[in-house]
Design a protein around this ligand. Structure first.
Ligand code: FE
Ligand code: FE
Length: 228
């Protein structure tokens, strides 16, 4: 691997990583779909396959835009822009782990719950990757690249949320054989977040979605207030 000397180099590396991740996901989703039993889960996975293919198109646009930016700045030859054969090992591991898990001898609805868990680990990896790449693009002033990456990022969030909702409303409930839903069951479930086994709030907080309020200013204000 060539040395990464600038933030732009890091952005290109992240785009290579995401492109490889999406390519592997396009291969993996039909296998997960085949193993799923619930109609709604099958539909959700099929929808996400179409979404992922559109994300690949956006990543191609991102590559073109970054190539134009580099060419404008005469920093490198176009042919050396992207790694090309970089394989995302993180996604390879997540997919292998998920496939191993759902190939076990399992009750069908328990397998559906496991498929959702495996899919959400994949979504969270993508959320981290797109959040990071978007922040680099923002720092570099590559507005169009930032916008394209943001569209993909939001689609990953939406998929993660939809999978959590499906798990909590239907699949986990059905897989929980000892569960006898009482009258307040639905209300209790709806107050939880990330019950499908995810830590959604944490991952959102750690991605550069919103800027944190400056803590120093509020501490200063509190001090001023107490001395009044
Ligand atoms: Fe994706
Ligand atoms: Fe995804």
């Amino acid at each position: 691997m060539e040395p990464l000397l600038t933030l732009l180099d890091l952005l290109k590396h992240e785009i290579d990583d995401l492109s490889s991740a999406e390519e592997q996901i396009v291969d993996a989703l039909p296998k997960m779909l085949e193993k799923a039993t619930s109609r709604e889960l099958k539909d959700a996975l099929q929808d996400h396959l179409s979404v992922t293919q559109r994300q690949q198109d956006r990543l191609e646009q991102v590559r073109t835009l970054v190539a134009e930016h580099v060419a404008d700045n005469k920093k490198k030859l176009l042919g050396k822009l992207f790694g090309g054969n970089t394989k995302c090992k993180g996604m390879e591991g997540l997919i292998a782990e998920g496939q191993k898990m759902i190939s076990q001898n399992m009750d069908l609805i328990v397998r559906d719950a496991a498929i959702i868990g495996a899919a959400q680990k994949i979504e969270h990896y993508e959320i981290a990757g797109y959040g990071t790449a978007r922040a680099y693009a923002s720092e570099l002033g590559l507005t169009e690249v930032e916008t394209l990456l943001e569209v993909n990022l939001h689609e990953e969030y939406e998929t993660d949320d939809a999978l959590t909702a499906l798990a909590v409303r239907l699949v986990n409930v059905a897989a929980d054989k000892g569960n006898v839903p009482g009258p307040d069951h639905a209300a209790k479930k709806s107050t939880r977040s990330g019950s499908a086994g995810t830590a959604k709030k944490t991952s959102r907080a750690s991605s550069p979605r919103k800027k944190a309020a400056p803590k120093k200013a509020s501490a200063k204000a509190a001090k001023k207030k107490s001395s009044e």
